[in-house]
Design a protein around this ligand. Structure first.
Ligand code: ATP
Length: 364
């Protein structure tokens, strides 16, 4: 028999003043799994997490921990009766307690035992010997590690994290994130992590649940969500995209990059072909235009209007000769064509996503 998910939300909804902020949302998280709820500001991520914690009550639906209903229409276990750890960006440490006392705060049992658990978790987050210090004596990253130790010390079945790293500067954030992830994995905790930052979600998640207007629109491993977006909005939320417009004629769509088969779309339908900058190849065409092939289709000519070296890669913006559209390509950093140069762009057809437009007009 397989174990029930550590955390399950079953058709949960929450309305505020008649507006559905969370709308028929279901998710499951297994032990040792990190699920990132990713979406724009205001889409209902925090409300979902608060419902899982029990600090907010859903209007309908159920919350289950390890297969046991902890909240539905008839009952509602308060947060302290759920085995959940919480970690928020602004979930400050108690300034008047030393680090050991901060970590031991949520624990029960004799003082000596609590102290031993605090010591153990301090060591686990790499802060052995910090127990007697006070929060103001620690850096932001160290404080976040203490917050993690505090949340983990009671051995929660589920960890709920709301933008826990967003207060840290870039360098530190990566290090703290990676360390937090390896600790959470070692503990085997089920983690629900809320973030609006796609990079954080991809770095942390086993699965991403992409959220929009109170609903989950796509769930999957980061690679799949990134490479197989359900629609244009999902694609562009994860990273920059180029949009190539086309119109269906005779069940196919003609573009400067060649024909795309669109057998299911009616003639006259507007379509958008989405391709990420790293899947657009720039060729100087010193020996004439590169040959067309099955993988990349027909190369299309344009002029470099911007070329910037940004470290590991260069960012190249090209104005297409065909229609003046501007497309962006990212290429390995060593390659930096002159601005004004004529180049050929070709795209990785297996990384193109074709979606019918909802609005019947061209947007450029
Ligand atoms: P952010 O990333 O900005 O925190 P979010 O995706 O976490 O956004 P929520 O904080 O869940 O979004 O809020 C979703 C919507 O619900 C917002 O429009 C917010 O104003 C509204 N909302 C949240 N809590 C309440 C409340 N107690 N009363 C009324 N409206 C609320």
């Amino acid at each position: 028999m397989t174990a029930p998910p550590r955390l399950a939300l079953d058709r949960v909804a929450r309305t505020f003043d008649g507006v559905a902020v969370v709308d028929d949302l279901s998710l499951e998280i297994a032990a040792g799994e990190v699920l990132c709820l990713l979406g724009p500001s205001g889409c209902g991520k925090t409300t979902t997490l608060r419902i899982a914690a029990g600090v907010e009550r859903q209007s309908s639906g159920r919350v289950l921990l390890e297969g046991v209903v902890v909240s539905d229409a008839n009952r509602h276990e308060p947060p302290e009766r759920r085995s959940v750890g919480l970690m928020f960006q602004d979930f400050a440490l108690f300034p008047h307690l030393d680090i050991a006392a901060n970590i031991a705060f949520g624990l029960s049992g004799p003082k000596r035992e609590r102290g031993a658990v605090a010591e153990r978790f301090l060591e686990r987050v790499g802060l052995k010997g910090f127990g007697g210090k006070y929060p103001h004596m620690l850096s932001g990253g160290e404080q976040q590690r203490v917050a993690l130790a505090r949340a983990l010390a009671p051995n929660p079945r589920v960890m709920l994290m709301d933008e826990p790293f967003s207060g840290l500067d870039n360098r530190l954030r990566d290090a703290v994130r990676d360390q937090a992830l390896s600790i959470l994995k070692a503990e085997g905790t089920a983690v629900l992590l809320v973030t609006h930052d796609p990079e954080e979600a991809m770095r942390m998640a086993d699965r991403i649940a992409l959220m929009r207007k109170g609903r989950i629109v796509q769930t999957g491993a980061p690679y799949n969500v990134y490479n197989r977006p359900v629609d244009r909005e999902a694609a562009s939320f994860l990273s920059d995209v180029n949009v190539i417009h086309g119109v269906v004629r005779n069940r196919q769509t003609d573009t400067p990059f060649g024909l795309f088969l669109t057998p299911k779309l009616i003639d006259g339908a507007d379509v958008e072909i989405i391709v990420r900058p790293e899947h657009l190849k720039v060729d100087l065409g010193e020996n004439g235009p590169p040959a067309a092939n099955v993988k990349t289709g027909v190369p299309a000519a344009g002029t470099v209007v911007r070329a910037r070296f940004v470290g590991a890669e260069s960012l190249i913006e090209v104005r297409m000769e065909h229609d003046g559209a501007r497309l962006i390509s990212t290429v390995p950093g060593a390659f930096l064509p002159e601005e004004g140069a004529r180049v050929w762009l070709s795209l990785r057809r297996d990384h193109c996503h074709l979606f019918p437009c909802r609005v019947q007009s061209h947007v450029s």
